[in-house]
Design a protein around this ligand. Structure first.
Ligand SMILES: [Zn+2]
Length: 810
């Protein structure tokens, strides 16, 4: 019993003994493991996410990767953003010159390092660092660190660590992007542009060998004795490349004959304003691929410069233009101002594409299309062009004359202000304001009431950018009408863009029955804008005649401050502005004279294409009165069957044709009171209201005034044969005070259908004069409200109330 107990005791003791022996071993094992774990974590964590933090240049490239413009980095260095692509020639040169074992080591080359230490000891100074390219990348990233043994060890440590994360290719790219190349030039890209004026992939072997030598001793680039050393080093490297059979003998000798680079080249600056735009859009210090076509950009710059010379003779110093591709909305050329070599000369640094300027007439086609779109008008409908005063606003045509009535499409082509204001009143300022916003205008930052009817004659401001985008959206909508089977994609209306990566949200579920403007309305607006319909007063248009069909519109702001021209085809929209960036107006500055010539020059550099397909599905063929352009009434005697927008079906029928009763001779008008119905001739007659007729008949020889009533016939009392042209009912008139302090004279005007009529004028119930043939009368009246009554010899009368206001109340 006792023995077995002892044995049990003993075995327990053995167990305890064994445990005691293994515990420290395990502990050591865990501690070691933990220690290595910490080291590993530290080793992995110590490497920064971004090795280089220095600011970079902002660089913009065209759609094919060609550099357009660059701006120096915030720290005054020409340091391009990181470029992952290292040209083959540079790779070969730098590996042969700096680190021939680059592809064989893991960041540290002990043999090269040992050799360097030995050489330095022998020479008693530092002749070689023995650093690998990887170690140099680390040193570049830790700038301003002293060259101590400790720092060297840190470099070795980090270089080996970097090799874990980075590929050899990436390490080389980091080196190429961050190595110093003398002066304030950092990185291969900047060096290639500064010293050779080309992108790095275009450099020769000689140029690449020169650049590969520089990071090791950047000061060699300075002219003087250094150049001899640089040349020797370069040629030694070329020899080595030949020895390694990287280049052949003839390449080597030809390369040696190449001279070293001279004075640094200025960097290309083809699109300085879009570069600034990109910087403002948050791309500062980045390399951005744009939608610009460099060739087109160069040509556009040339056109702006050529025309600038002409414009500057009249002290017009600034001009801008952009070209938008309709299909994609891409901006393919963008010249924000005239060139001033980076000097802010006459405000040339201002990007006039992005500056809000007074619109002049450039918005009129949007109104015309909006009216057609809602069936408030047909293209040929006559709109009144007569003296007009609405709520104190008195629009004037640029010719300062009136046509009485003008077909709507012609009023647009001739850019007449009076019909435009009347059309806007008809359409509604609020509604038009909304239309403009839907189409993409971004500068209407005040309520619609602030602009009022002046919205259509230049009372608002717009950016050339927005205008180009709005016309491009219209053209795109029309282009895609067939593709969407007579429907519309809401996402066809979008602003232009210049960043290559921009994704245009093309939502195919966004198909709707109607767009902001439907296809037919857009078609007719563009048709009115084509050159064939240009009027006499814009004779200059004829010099732009070309075989190509272009819809175009010009605009001139008040005080001749802004000249606009926009032109479009199914493929391109070109928008031009000319003027002075500081807002100074110039006599003679006009859309047609100052901006249109540029527009047509620009179209010459664009490939000609087709014209829009007529959107028949959004149209109807209907008979339209030949005289009035309205839909035919029962009375209209002459009609043309034409295409009109579908919405136009609901427009009213011709209001101007009426049946006139003549006697048998056809020379006199008669009524049922003086002639038996059997002897009458009933004839349809085109009769405009008196004031419209007054102006219309002088410009339109076909217009036949109504025959007079036969002597024995009393006129129809319902019929108006007389009206006031000036003043209009409820208008406000300003009459200047003359030198002697008395009120000045205003000339009042009336129109009468009957050439022989006599008009008796009464002011505030007092008779003041008689007129015949030309019904004009000078009137003096005190400030305040007055009543004017005119009566003709047959007793027809017109009364109007008007107010004379003083200068203070004006
Ligand atoms: Zn008619």
């Amino acid at each position: 019993m006792g023995g077995s107990k002892r044995i049990r005791k003993k075995s327990k003791a053995v167990k305890v003994f064994n445990l005691r022996k293994s515990l420290p071993e395990r502990k050591n094992y865990i501690i070691t493991l933990f220690f290595f774990g910490v080291i590993l974590v530290m080793y992995m964590a110590i490497f920064p996410k971004h090795l280089f933090k220095a600011p970079a240049c902002t660089v913009i490239e065209d759609s094919h990767g060609r550099m357009l413009s660059a701006r120096i980095a915030a720290d005054g260095q020409w340091r391009f953003p990181y470029n992952p692509i290292v040209p083959y020639k540079f790779e070969q040169c730098i590996v042969q010159f700096e680190d021939r074992q680059f592809y064989n080591h893991r960041g540290f080359n002990p043999f090269a390092f040992g050799r360097a230490v030995y050489q330095n000891i022998c020479a008693k100074k530092i002749v070689s660092g023995g650093s690998t390219i990887s170690m140099q990348v680390i040193r570049l990233s830790r700038k301003n660190k002293s060259r101590t043994v400790f720092q060297k060890l840190v470099e070795i440590f980090l270089a080996t660590r970097m090799e874990v994360t980075y590929s050899k290719k990436k390490i080389l790219a980091q080196y190429a992007s961050n190595a110093p190349f003398g002066s304030n030039v950092v990185g291969l890209d900047a060096a290639a542009w500064r010293y050779y004026g080309v992108s790095p992939e275009k450099l020769s072997w000689a140029a690449m060998a020169t650049l590969a030598v520089l990071p090791n001793s950047p000061s060699l680039i300075y002219p003087g004795k250094n150049q001899i050393i640089l040349l020797k080093k370069r040629n030694r490297l070329l020899d080595r490349l030949r020895d390694k059979r990287i280049i052949d003998e003839s390449t080597c000798s030809l390369s040696k004959a190449e001279p070293l680079p001279g004075k640094p080249f200025p960097l290309p600056d083809l699109a300085p304003h879009i570069l600034i735009r990109a910087m403002n859009d948050g791309f500062n210090g980045k390399r951005i691929q744009t939608t610009i076509d460099a060739d087109l950009q160069e040509k556009l710059n040339g056109i702006i410069e050529f025309n600038h010379k002409v414009l500057s003779a009249n002290e017009i110093h600034n001009a801008a233009a952009l070209i938008v591709e309709v299909k994609t909305g891409k901006v393919i050329a963008y010249t924000g101002n005239t060139d001033a070599d980076g000097q802010n000369f006459h405000g040339n640094m201002v990007d006039c594409i992005d500056a809000p300027r007074s619109t002049g007439s450039i918005l009129k086609p949007f109104l015309y299309a909006s009216l057609l779109n809602e069936g408030l008008l047909l293209p040929q409908t006559l709109v009144p062009d007569i003296p007009t005063q609405i709520g104190g606003f008195t629009p004037q045509n640029s010719s300062l004359s009136f046509d009485g009535a003008v077909p709507a499409y012609m009023a647009l082509a001739r850019s007449l202000n009076v019909p435009a204001v009347r059309m806007l009143q008809n359409y509604g300022v609020d509604k038009f304001y909304d239309q403009l916003k839907k189409l993409g205008i971004t500068t209407l930052n005040k309520p619609s009431s602030h602009y009022g009817l002046a919205l259509i004659t230049g009372g608002a401001e717009a950016k050339l950018w927005d205008i180009a985008g709005m016309y491009a959206s219209m053209a795109r909508t029309l282009n895609n009408y067939t593709a969407y089977n007579g429907k519309y994609n809401k996402s066809d209306i979008f602003p232009p863009h210049y960043i290559a990566e921009t994704k245009v949200d093309k939502d195919h579920k966004n198909i709707v029955k109607h767009s902001v403007l439907d296809a037919a309305a857009i078609w007719f607006a563009f048709e009115a804008m084509v050159e064939v319909s240009r009027p006499e007063e814009e004779k200059q248009w004829q010099m732009f005649t070309s075989s190509r069909r272009i819809a175009w519109k010009t605009g001139t702001s008040n005080g001749n401050r802004d000249a606009w021209a926009v032109g479009l085809t199914p493929d391109y929209v070109v928008a031009v502005w000319a003027g002075n960036a500081d807002g100074e107006g110039r006599p003679g500055l006009s859309g047609i004279g100052s901006a249109a010539p540029l527009l047509f020059d620009i179209f010459k550099i664009l490939s000609p294409g087709r014209w829009f397909t007529q959107p028949y599905d959004d149209m109807e063929k209907v008979p339209v009165c030949r005289c009035s352009g309205y839909r035919v009434s029962m009375i209209c005697d002459e009609a043309d069957t034409v295409w009109i927008p579908k919405a136009g079906i609901k427009t009213e029928a011709c209001p101007y044709h009426k049946i006139v009763h003549l006697d048998a001779s056809g020379l006199w008008r008669v009524t049922g009171n003086c002639e038996s119905v059997g002897k009458m001739i009933h004839k349809p007659w085109f009769v405009l209201p008196p004031v419209m007729e007054w102006y219309f008949k002088t410009k339109n020889p076909f217009y036949r005034v109504l025959p007079p009533y036969r002597k024995d016939c009393e006129p129809d009392v319902q019929e108006k044969s007389m009206d006031l042209i000036y003043p209009r009912h409820l208008s406000k008139i300003y009459i200047p005070v003359e030198l002697d302090g008395k009120p000045g004279q205003a000339v009042f005007k009336a129109a009468h259908r009957d050439q022989d009529a006599v008009i008796y004028w009464h002011l505030d119930d007092k008779f003041i004069g008689t007129t015949s043939h030309f019904h004009e009368l000078g009137i003096r009246a005190q400030e305040g409200i007055h009543v004017l009554t005119i009566i003709d010899q047959k007793g027809e009368s017109v009364t109007c109330v008007f107010e004379i206001i003083s200068r203070q109340n004006r």
